[in-house]
Write a protein that binds this ligand. Structure first.
Ligand SMILES: [Zn+2]
Length: 397
């Protein structure tokens, strides 16, 4: 009797040790699928990330207008931080001295950082691109900087990022095939250098980024090069740069399939709610976008019945909530009239409440999709999603 009990304890301890060990690693488990859509869990030492996942953007070590605990309450498992912004101000070295980005911004769960490449291209001045990397002037104070694959890995390590992105280059579309191919091959050489500079860091992940514009053959070449190097996850880069939804979906129809089935797939910088639904349908597991938080500050609100502009005069006398079905504090405690008033008065609470609502809407959208995929009813769910939006906002009073 005693022996059975102690062997039971022993087995429990062994299982627990195995579990603890697994928790120290980065891993992805697919738990179900429906068509190409997948549901799963990414495990990291800082917690689990339920997929498909939407990552709110915390550019300057804050999701604007939100406290970290409130971001978590919306249902976010992971945030995105921007390497370019943080390296310029307050600098990665300073954040490292202060204990890393998680401690600095009071967010203990996983953080993904981008490589800085995309934002150098879109924000910095006097950019110069060479085989070695890119030099540029800061958009804040004009100071001169360089990012190479090695420096990008160093910055992201100093920040303490859980998911690190390869340093890459992405041409603006449309571009000639020759330009796209050359850029993609440079990014693949940088991916190799990123992999080598990243080294072996248990518990931290490095994601490769597929490039190749909208060209199927270049996307395949890029995916093969990345898979050969070997990464913990794979991003589809170079989309959502103005090509339009139809072209983006057309590309995702083949691009996602070219990436390894057993690793997370991340579509960078996407997007509007219907972009996200279309991406998940095509096999994407992770997304990020400033849209819900930025729109919250400009009075644009996402609901099950489409977009509502709170600044519109029709809301001035409306005692009803934004969205009756929503669990967020803006909908639970305030009327459209109040939200309209504080927006028009430019009160800070307006940005807080509308951002809270938008992030809640996005996270609830992800939860609904995870449930629908797990129960293999994604097509029905998607039809209802589009029908709700087609209905439009509730009738004015
Ligand atoms: Zn709400």
């Amino acid at each position: 009797m005693r022996q059975i009990a102690s062997s039971g304890v022993g087995r429990y301890r062994a299982e627990q040790a195995k579990k603890d060990d697994a928790m120290q690693r980065f891993s992805f488990a697919k738990e179900g699928s429906d068509g190409k859509a997948r549901v799963g869990v990414i495990s990291t030492p800082r917690g689990e990330i339920r997929t498909p996942a939407f990552m709110p953007v915390g550019t300057a070590a804050t999701v604007k207008a939100m406290m970290p605990a409130s971001v978590r309450e919306t249902g976010a498992d992971i945030l995105l931080g921007n390497t370019y912004h943080l390296m310029l101000r307050p600098t990665a070295e300073r954040i490292d001295r202060l204990g890393g980005l998680h401690k600095f911004m009071n967010w203990e769960r996983p953080i993904l950082t981008d490589s800085g490449g995309f934002q150098v291209m879109s924000l910095a001045a006097l950019r110069k691109l060479t085989e070695r990397g890119v030099t540029f002037k800061s958009h804040i104070d004009g100071s001169k900087h360089e990012i190479t694959p090695e420096r990008s890995m160093e910055i992201q390590r100093l920040l303490g990022s859980d998911i690190v992105m390869c340093f890459d280059e992405c041409p603006a579309l449309p571009a000639e095939r020759g330009v796209i191919a050359e850029s993609m091959r440079l990014s693949m050489r940088w991916a190799q250098r990123s992999r080598e500079a990243f080294g072996d860091r248990p518990g931290h992940a490095l994601f490769g980024i597929q490039q190749g514009g909208l060209e199927e053959d270049f996307r395949a070449e890029s995916a093969a090069a990345l898979t050969e190097i070997g990464f913990d996850g794979y991003a589809v880069g170079g989309l959502a740069v103005g090509e339009g939804q139809e072209a983006m979906f057309g590309c995702l129809d083949f691009a996602a399939d070219q990436l390894p089935e057993d690793k997370p797939r991340y579509l960078m910088g996407v997007g509007k709610p219907d972009d996200i639904v279309g991406a998940v349908k095509r096999g994407i597991d992770m997304m990020d976008c400033v849209l819900p938080s930025r729109s919250g500050r400009t009075g644009q609100v996402f609901t099950r019945r489409g977009v509502v502009n709170i600044k519109n005069a029709r809301h001035a006398d409306d005692p009803r909530p934004l969205d009756e079905a929503c669990r967020c504090p803006a909908c639970a405690n305030y009327s459209r009239a109040y939200l309209h008033h504080v927006f028009r008065s430019q009160e800070i609470i307006s940005s807080m409440l509308l951002t809270w609502h938008n992030l809640t809407y996005y996270q609830d959208l992800m939860q609904e999709m995870r449930d629908a995929i797990a129960e293999t009813r994604f097509a029905q769910w998607e039809a209802a999603f589009h029908a709700g939006r087609a209905e439009g906002d509730i009738e004015p009073l």
